[in-house]
Write a protein that binds this ligand. Structure first.
Ligand SMILES: [Zn+2]
Length: 269
């Protein structure tokens, strides 16, 4: 007798030929769990987003270079990496799906016709078939560690464009750490990177908040685990060699940051 299994893609948005939304590499009990929410720029074959390949390939469609850095970092640290394959124009997995910005209708001066016209059912389909499988994989990875007595550290890898029409301020930083209510791992990482001669921004070019973010508020702060979100400037991670070089800098600094938070834990009253 077969057990009841709910359909994996109940809305029929994703079909045979569409990639599975979640990629998992080096599945393990590594203390650091790498996530890359804006890693890919796939669009379901059945979804008419109304944007061309060129827009999907630029920063409005994907975090350019982020997956390359995350993969090299995963290899260097032996850390599990969970990445998401659909364009953030389909659904931004670092936003609560209840927020309109999860399905941007206009971003950096470009209209996204398929999001202007979308219905509540469209939003539910993208949420059920892309957002939830991705976050279920991350939640299960974090839960497995907690159950094994390992204190996981969530590290989210992103990239930002040097110029962005929606944010007029200059963006000179090569790398930045983002945090809100639980800053200690981000600050320890920033300090370790600076010791290696790297200039590090803090909470630039974006700030973390419960409406504009999902990863840190939900799976960092609400879980009560250490975390950081790393933003790298896209022009500095444009090719594989540059991605490996930045991954090496991060791979050198992350263990130092772990030691710093462990020491602060031991010294706590
Ligand atoms: Zn991003």
């Amino acid at each position: 007798m077969d057990a009841f299994a709910p359909p994996l893609f109940p809305f029929g948005l994703l079909a045979a030929g569409d990639p599975y939304p979640v990629g998992v590499e080096r599945r393990s009990l590594s203390r650091i769990v790498l996530v890359c929410e804006h890693a890919g720029n796939a669009v379901p074959a059945g979804l008419a987003l109304g944007v061309g390949e060129a827009d999907l390939a630029r920063h409005i469609g994907i975090d350019i270079g982020a997956l390359g850095v995350a993969r090299a970092l995963s290899e260097a640290l032996g850390a599990e990496l969970i990445h998401q394959r659909y364009s953030r124009l389909v659904i931004d997995c670092n936003r609560p799906p209840s927020e309109p910005s999860a399905f941007p209708a206009r971003t950096d001066g470009t209209d996204i016709p398929g999001n202007v016209a979308m219905t509540a059912r469209d939003a539910a389909a993208r949420t059920a078939e892309i957002f939830h499988p991705f976050w279920a994989a991350v939640a299960s990875a974090l839960d497995r560690r907690t159950e094994a007595g390992i204190a996981p550290v969530l590290v989210s890898i992103h990239s930002f464009t040097p110029v962005h029409g929606d944010y007029p301020e200059p963006r000179p930083w090569p790398v930045a750490v983002l945090f809100d209510k639980r800053p200690r791992f981000s600050l320890a990482l920033a300090a370790a990177l600076r010791q290696g001669g790297v200039e590090v921004g803090e909470n630039v070019p974006y700030k973390v908040g419960a409406l504009g973010d999902y990863t840190i508020p939900v799976h960092g702060e609400h879980r009560g685990i250490d975390h950081t979100l790393i933003e790298l400037r896209q022009d500095l991670i444009a090719d594989p060699a540059a991605q490996r070089a930045w991954a090496a800098r991060l791979a050198a600094a992350l263990p130092t940051a772990l030691q710093t938070i462990d020491a602060s834990e031991r010294n706590a009253p």
